[in-house]
Design a protein around this ligand. Structure first.
Ligand code: PMP
Length: 396
């Protein structure tokens, strides 16, 4: 166990959690922040006239400012709290997409996208008539930006790419992708789910238009995430859900909206989730993303070497993948790999990882995936390799 592992009470000695890409385990600091919020400070936000509610509002808005600082956003008003990346992308599709896309327009997504960065665009395809193009991948599993450059035309109004692939761990050159999108006048949305816990994001340096992530993959609670959008774009977007908190004035004759970000946060928000996310960002930045990335890169290297040395193992993705190693064993279903590894206390993910078009491209139904977090160390890699050797023995 490494020094950080002691922060994670739900990871007992001898259990090898290698599924952080699905959801991260929670450090004590985040659990304590949630406990404090419910056991000591709890009240609603934005409406209360009493002291406790005013304090909770300050804490909730401080969490928004913390997310803004984390992403280097120009203003906290550019950050909308959502349930997670899935909701963030649906929000952009239903609001910005429906208002701005029409028949003849095109969207460019990539072959490696998570379903949450494909299906929301397909849902609005019927409503808007927009066409969806698919950018291919390089041999080693990165989004092929030379191909994107050749494909993009003035008809493209949006590019939607993952910053880090949840299957291959491949890292997008987000800045170049943004330049390519902007060159044809398209906006770009970057899905930062797997990037924020590993390499982080500076939205101003990237120059993108939308950036989304889920808190639970960043060591925070489930049910909270963020949509960041450039202020002028966000302020021009219509609301997508109506209700309390998102209005300026309601009459039966006409209702007017609150400014962004409140306009996009109808209903009582996930108050404690936001506070938990604040604690998670403090935790991650307290360690430092460069250190986390270097730590995970070393584990990826060790895992790729250990698994690569086993004859029947096929590795996917680039050698410099961020924290994620996908692999398959000839003649063995990944679910069987996962089950046998579990018997040895090693928890990995097996399946299509909500990326069926990528599986089709790789010509396999599923992969086994080991993904690393702050708390992992060489012992986890050794347990993984030992488990895989057992799999190959069992399946002859
Ligand atoms: N995009 C990527 C790259 C992901 O890894 C995930 C989660 N697997 C999502 C989007 C969706 O995130 P959530 O389910 O938290 O909304």
């Amino acid at each position: 166990m490494n020094a950080w592992a002691k922060d994670f009470p739900a990871i007992p000695e001898g259990w090898h959690y290698l599924d952080t890409a699905a959801t991260a385990q929670k450090p004590r600091q985040v659990i304590d922040a949630i406990e404090r919020a419910y056991a000591r400070d709890y009240a609603t936000v934005h409406r209360g006239v009493y002291r406790r509610s005013a304090d909770m509002t300050i804490a909730y808005e401080a969490a928004r400012a913390r997310v803004a600082r984390f992403l280097n956003a120009a203003s906290a008003d550019e950050v909308v709290f959502v349930r997670g990346a899935t909701e963030a992308i649906n929000l952009v599709a239903q609001s910005w997409g429906v208002a701005n896309l029409k028949a003849g327009d095109r969207i460019l997504v990539s072959q490696l996208e998570h379903h949450s960065n494909i299906v929301p665009w397909q849902i609005i395809q019927d409503r808007t008539g927009v066409e969806i193009d698919v950018c291919p991948l390089t041999e080693d599993g990165k989004i092929d930006l030379d191909a994107a450059e050749a494909m993009l035309t003035e008809a493209h109004k949006l590019v939607a790419f993952a910053h880090v692939s949840n299957v291959l761990g491949s890292v997008l050159d987000a800045k170049r992708a943004t330049e390519l999108a902007h060159r044809v006048g398209a906006k770009i949305l970057i899905d930062g789910c797997q990037a924020v816990p590993r390499i982080g994001a500076d939205v101003q340096a990237i120059g993108c238009d939308f950036y989304v992530f889920s808190g639970h993959k960043l060591y925070g609670p489930t049910g909270i995430g963020a949509l960041w959008a450039k202020g002028d774009i966000l302020n021009a977007m219509p609301p997508w859900q109506g209700g309390g908190s998102m209005i300026d004035r309601v009459t039966f004759a006409k209702t007017t909206w609150a400014p962004a970000p409140q306009r996009f946060e109808a209903g009582t928000p996930n108050i404690v989730g936001a506070l938990g996310l604040h604690a998670a960002i403090d935790y991650v930045e307290g360690i430092g993303l460069p250190l986390i990335h270097a730590h995970e890169a070393a584990l990826v290297k060790a895992a790729r070497e250990a698994l690569g040395a086993i004859n029947s193992v096929k590795l996917f993705g680039p050698a410099d993948s961020a924290g994620i190693v996908s692999f398959a064993i000839e003649g063995v279903h990944p679910h069987d790999i996962g089950t046998i590894l579990d018997e040895g206390g090693v928890a990995i993910r097996a399946g299509h990882h909500c990326a069926q078009p990528l599986m089709e491209h790789l010509d396999i139904p599923a992969t086994a995936r080991a993904s690393f977090g702050i708390h992992n160390d060489e012992a986890d890699v050794a347990a993984l390799a030992k488990g895989i050797e057992r799999v190959t023995r069992i399946f002859g």
